[in-house]
Design a protein around this ligand. Sequence first.
Ligand code: PGA
Length: 247
Amino acid sequence: MRRKIIAGNWKMNKTPSEAVKLVEELKPLVKNDAVDVVFCVPAIDIVPVVKACEGTNIEVGAENMYFEESGAYTGEISPAMLVDAGVKYVILGHSERRDYFKETSEDINKKMKKAIEHGLVPIMCCGESLEQREQGITLDWIRQQVKVGYQGIAASDAAKTVIAYEPIWAIGTGKTATTEQAEEVCRAIRQCIAEIYDEATAEAIRIQYGGSVNAGNASELFAQPDIDGGLVGGASLKADFGKIVNY
Ligand code: PGA
């Protein structure tokens, strides 16, 4: 049985002091030892949030990192910095990073390898645009993102990673994919992992759905056989996140 993983993606929200306040508010609401709970927060919030989460069931994640060890990369954050600060997870290849910051699947593959090398658990995002869905190329596109993202990664490492399927048209729009649409793509991703590796790896890897997950739709989505939790944006900044974690 795969353990569910429910992660909040705070995006570019909350100053350090606001972040600590939000953690204090959410702490009692997100208690659930049956699932993994992760708060992925802006880089500047990581240190105070890790401290605020001490002694709780909450793990902290970053929203991005760079694929080099150190050096002249102004403005970037290295995997060692994240690990030293107490971070366990890192979101890689979110559609907002692919779109606004021009990250390619090749960049994301480099980041995946670096994250794994440092013992971080990557949450690799993939997802199609509305045009791609209407064109009927959703599964081709997602398979390509997954295949490039996992290039050169060993099965034993891949098994420990997380993939988030996030249709771009459902992010922050209030438009959730139907349960059937979400399950169809998550199943196809698992199938793709089985093709790249083997059945055991496909069975082990956790696949989240993301895109307007809320307290009302979480339980139905998370009940699907291939959906192992969610990556939650807007609703992770509110008390609602407690309801999602305790779906
Ligand atoms: P949303 O964002 O829940 O606000 O749609 C999800 C995400 O981008 O991870």
